[in-house]
Design a protein around this ligand. Sequence first.
Ligand code: NAP
Ligand code: MG
Length: 403
Amino acid sequence: MEKIKMTTPLVEMDGDEMTRILWEEIKKELLEPYIDLKTEYYDLGLPEREKTRDQVTVDSAEATKKYGVAVKCATITPNAQRVEEYKLSQMWKSPNGTIRAILDGTVFRAPIMVKGISPVVKNWKRPITIARHAYGDVYKNTEFQPKGPGKAELVFTDDQGRETRQTVFTFQGPGVLQGQYNTDASITSFAHSCFQYAIDTRQDLWFATKDTISKQYDHRFKDIFQEVFDARYREQFDKLGIEYFYTLIDDAVARVIRSEGGFIWACKNYDGDVMSDMVSTAFGSLAMMTSVLVSPEGNCEYEAAHGTVTRHYYKYLKGEETSTNPMATIFAWTGALRKRGELDGICELGAFAAKLEAACVATIEGGTMTKDLAGLWEGKTPARAVNSLEFLKAVRTELDRRL
Ligand code: NAP
Ligand code: MG
């Protein structure tokens, strides 16, 4: 087979530890033999971030804005222990945080489903994608503990110096108090990202808040989503036969559990934090969860939802065999290749991505998988637990049969 040609490079963000090892193997085994892989390479591994004083992270995000599609390997977010381990000059910020701040996006997380590993919720037949608004609310709150009786007020001073003042509560004794905010700009970006992703993946979009109780704050979210939908996306949704559906958060929770899946659930920041952990746990494994950051302009950065799998890396360094699951990282690549193909009108790229994904799923469904999945396996024949490289080779065999 002739290698597939690309016209625009993918922004390739390399990473750390075990996922960095897998990254290279995935390219060697599953991509380079079939695609004339064109990437603009950025090394986001911690040593290079230290060397460039984290400029490489900023550059990679700028490149994503320029080209539109990036694929990212998991990276270490330094803590005190990492500063010591890597002899860092400072505790560099989370690369994902830096990239998100530059692209201003929303993160969508979706599980990879295979037969033989079933969700805890038996009626979930298709993936549920969580879209979490990652800005403001309780994550940027201001808190206070009144120690005794007194009046709490909400005061807003506009840029002309005019004050608006409301009583929050008159305390008769000690208690707790909290201030939160969000901005129309951020909520609008969030809405655009969600509608665009729904169109991209041809799935219904659900959104839910507690607007009956929070008649201004949450209601503003509801109104902005509706305005953005009516102004920009209603027609496209109608054309594609997909739906935008708003409901109360309590109602959404009940409906999600009773659903068959196959939709995007947009959540406010806190709801998304909590619900994404619930949904991913119910689907089975963090190693089977993909993640994509979508900016309001439609730029996309694909990655696995898990980290660098440090514990396995230390074993690998000691020469011990590891069985790290490469599925989510492979799907980050296929997501990026498919998107690149769409943007450049290269349908071979999308077709290849689909075949590679199908080969991965078929390998597991055929009983060959990494150790993390073997424990969850409910197939008829016993699982064959293999190491990472054996798994990639099995996928390659399966892929070759399909090409
Ligand atoms: P982690 O790398 O996701 O791993 C946690 C545990 O989950 C692993 O020890 C392993 O369990 C299991 N696991 C995760 N992915 C797996 C896979 N692909 N195959 C098999 N098992 C898998 O999380 P962490 O240990 O909390 O964090 C490690 C580093 O990753 C940290 O430095 C953190 O900053 C970074 N991180 C990066 C990102 C990102 O770049 N997006 C996200 C999260 C964390 P067992 O050990 O029981 O086998
Ligand atoms: Mg959480």
